[in-house]
Design a protein around this ligand. Structure first.
Ligand code: NAD
Ligand code: LMR
Length: 333
């Protein structure tokens, strides 16, 4: 029997991530090849013509799984009964801008959209915040949508996770699909800590640790971390626009694993509400290693954290605590 359609909201749908993301959702890349979807697309009035153009293209592509399209600039209509909300709308960082520069523009957007989601979305809506500063936007959304379970509000660090997998695969000249269990700790910013201490390569003779296979601690503790931390900026420098296809694809990975589960023995990185695991400060949205099952995520516990890693975790947590303070000061202004 055919499944009922799932309603998926994409905010900022006329933007460049939106343009890459909506066809992926309509093709079943986010929720599976047997899951019909109804796309809800929100943008702001100056983008309405462009939004309608995206709607026309979705119709023209005749996606078999796409059972309906709501394209609107009305936030209440956009949020109505949505089961999944991918929050991409906002003001992107431009070349030369620090992420904090975009904070005040984005916190007010997230405060308003939190209320709309709380009022109109399905009670068990799963929310993924992509727009930067992603962790802090998600925190604001959580604070201003108190009836949405805090476990349902997450932010995207899967792109950073995938970037780390890509760098290891390139270095070892192995398929990216054979690398797993890297971890992105903390903020989706240049303070994030890409950690390979628990990462493995799957091969014909079983699993081998990435650290022993790479066998170059100087690279793993230096250049590798820097490249992953700075990859967003490198893309902006190269394209004069922030990453879009990789962000869209990683957003699909995030939701797919959350809804359908992570493969056995594999963990992924998600920004989630901190419970103080690994001695991180509670009350911030922090990226951890997680596994997902039955539509729920849980933080992988008991991983060893060496002194080098501890310092990096402390630094990225400190940045998030500071971002939280700045965000609150923007709200009260
Ligand atoms: P973009 O400027 O192309 O698109 C943003 C869209 O949001 C625009 O169409 C704009 O009109 C719309 N918008 C603005 N305010 C809105 C509002 N209040 N409600 C609904 N829509 C609104 O930007 P983009 O390149 O698509 O990037 C989107 C966001 O994603 C940026 O904040 C960017 O920094 C962030 N990003 C995050 C990651 C990540 O891994 N977390 C990766 C790449 C980009
Ligand atoms: C990215 O990681 O590509 C984006 O978050 C862009 C940015 O602002 O760093």
């Amino acid at each position: 029997m055919a499944k009922d359609p799932v309603r998926v909201l994409v905010t900022g749908a006329a933007g460049q991530i939106g343009y890459a993301l909506v066809p992926m959702i309509a093709r079943g890349i986010m929720l599976g090849p047997d899951q019909p979807v109804i796309l809800h697309m929100l943008d702001i009035p100056p983008a309405v013509e462009s939004l309608n153009g995206v709607k026309m293209e979705l119709q023209d592509a005749a996606f078999p799984l796409l059972k309906g399209i709501v394209a609107t600039t009305d936030v209440a209509e956009a949020c109505k009964d949505v089961n999944i909300a991918v929050m991409v709308g906002g003001f992107p960082r431009k070349e030369g801008m620090e992420r904090k520069d975009v904070m005040s523009k984005n916190v007010s957007i997230y405060k308003a959209q939190a209320s709309a989601l709380e009022q109109y979305a399905a009670k068990d809506v799963k929310v993924l915040v992509v727009a930067n500063p992603a962790n802090t936007n998600a925190l604001i959304l959580k604070e201003f949508a108190p009836s949405i379970p805090e476990k349902n509000i997450t932010c995207l660090t899967r792109l950073d996770h995938n970037r780390a997998l890509g760098q290891i695969a390139e270095r070892l000249e192995v398929p990216v699909s054979s690398v797993k269990n890297v971890i992105i700790w903390g903020n989706h910013s240049s303070s994030q800590y890409p950690d390979v201490n628990h990462a493995v390569i799957e091969g014909p003779d079983g699993e081998k640790s990435v650290r022993s296979t790479v066998s170059d601690d100087a690279w793993l503790n230096g250049e590798f971390i820097k490249v992953v931390q700075q990859r967003g900026a490198a893309i902006i420098k190269a394209r004069k626009l922030s990453s879009a296809l990789s962000a869209a694809s990683s957003a699909c990975d995030h939701i797919r694993d959350w809804v359908l589960g992570t493969p056995e023995g594999t963990f992924v990185s998600m920004g989630v509400y901190s419970d103080g695991s690994y001695n991180t400060p509670p009350g911030i949205i922090f990226s951890y290693p997680v596994i997902c099952k039955n539509g729920d995520w849980s933080i992988v516990q008991g991983l060893s954290i060496d002194e080098f890693s501890r310092e990096k975790l402390v630094a990225t947590a400190a940045e998030l605590v500071e971002e939280k303070e700045v965000a609150y000061s923007c709200i009260s202004e």
